[in-house]
Ligand binder design. Structure first.
Ligand SMILES: NC(=O)c1ccc[n+]([C@@H]2O[C@H](COP(=O)([O-])OP(=O)(O)OC[C@H]3O[C@@H](n4cnc5c(N)ncnc54)[C@H](OP(=O)(O)O)[C@@H]3O)[C@@H](O)[C@H]2O)c1
Length: 267
């Protein structure tokens, strides 16, 4: 489900650049430069994704929300807030990272596979943050063997029998009931060679990573839809004045009827 030959070719170039990220570099051989398209100009795809492929680690989060800042109804129904172009975009993001992280709420509500199905690309390692081990063991990511799955729980949690293909990781939670510190999660991932991280949702999980100041980028896709109730997108530590608001640098792209806001932070 991609947009024709030009887009397919651009995506292939992006995937090739992504593959080269893991290769040893020879100084001066040009392997650290992004590959340019033959005609010298960047397509929208390259404008969106090539900035994600510069060397070093990456922590990017994404949310698809209504105009009034909701990511799901109050019952947790979220298929789909944003349109088909944003679904393809999400699969492209998955293909460009080593690992994709979701919170327990998303694992419970959506039973997501977190695989790359809409475009060519490799499946990332799946991670679920679930301190009290409340995610039911019948989730698809625990059984489908389509990619490794890491299940983060607290030292006190009792997850019961751990399904094959799932690695259980115990991590201390913070003292104030705010869960694992995102930096501890990232350290545990980097220790496994997982340096390129997509925090896919939901709102609570993305908010914690943003509040912890560990995000390099946040992709928020806004759909022309009003819910007026439901699960909130971002909920951050309150501020009293507008000059205390975060004002990251921002680029915008059209994704069908939706608008993608590509926010860049300096963690
Ligand atoms: N539109 C979108 O882009 C999008 C994307 C993903 C999901 N969704 C929807 O969003 C809804 C779920 O979102 P949500 O905000 O309610 O929940 P969520 O972020 O998926 O999960 C939140 C829960 O995950 C655990 N968790 C998250 N971060 C943690 C951390 N740093 N340390 C420890 N535990 C952590 C906690 O579990 P405990 O409470 O057990 O401590 C927390 O309450 C679903 O309805 C889903 O369909 C929408």
């Amino acid at each position: 489900m991609t947009g024709g030959n030009g887009e397919d070719a651009a995506w292939e170039r992006i995937l090739q650049t992504r593959e080269r990220l893991g290769m040893p570099r020879t100084p001066g051989d040009g392997s650290d430069r992004l590959r340019e398209p033959a005609d010298g100009g960047h397509s929208q795809l390259e404008s969106i994704y090539l900035p994600l492929l510069r060397g070093g680690g990456l922590v990017i989060a994404q949310l698809g929300q209504t105009l009034d800042g909701r990511i799901a109804t109050r019952t947790g129904h979220s298929h789909f807030v944003t349109g088909p172009a944003d679904i393809v975009h999400l699969h492209r993001l998955r293909a460009l990272v080593d690992t994709v992280v979701v919170g327990a709420g998303t694992a419970i509500s959506d039973d997501p596979q977190l695989t790359v199905r809409q475009v060519p690309g490799r499946n990332p390692v799946r991670v679920v943050l679930d301190p009290s081990a409340r995610v039911p063991p019948d989730r698809r990511m625990f059984h489908d063997h389509l990619a490794p799955t890491l299940w983060f729980v607290s030292p006190q949690a009792d997850p019961g029998p751990v399904p094959g293909g799932v690695e259980l990781l115990r991590l201390e939670v913070g003292p104030t009931g705010c869960g694992f510190h995102p930096r501890d999660v990232l350290r545990a991932l980097v220790a496994r060679g997982l340096e390129r991280v997509l925090v896919e949702g939901g709102g609570i999980t993305v908010s914690r990573f943003l509040d912890a100041g560990v995000l390099h980028r946040l992709h928020v896709t806004v759909a022309p839809l009003l819910l007026g109730s439901g699960r909130p997108s971002l909920t951050l530590d309150p501020v009293d004045r507008l000059d205390q608001a975060r004002r990251p640098s921002c680029r915008q792209f059209s994704l069908g009827d939706d608008v993608l806001f590509d926010l860049e932070f300096d963690p």
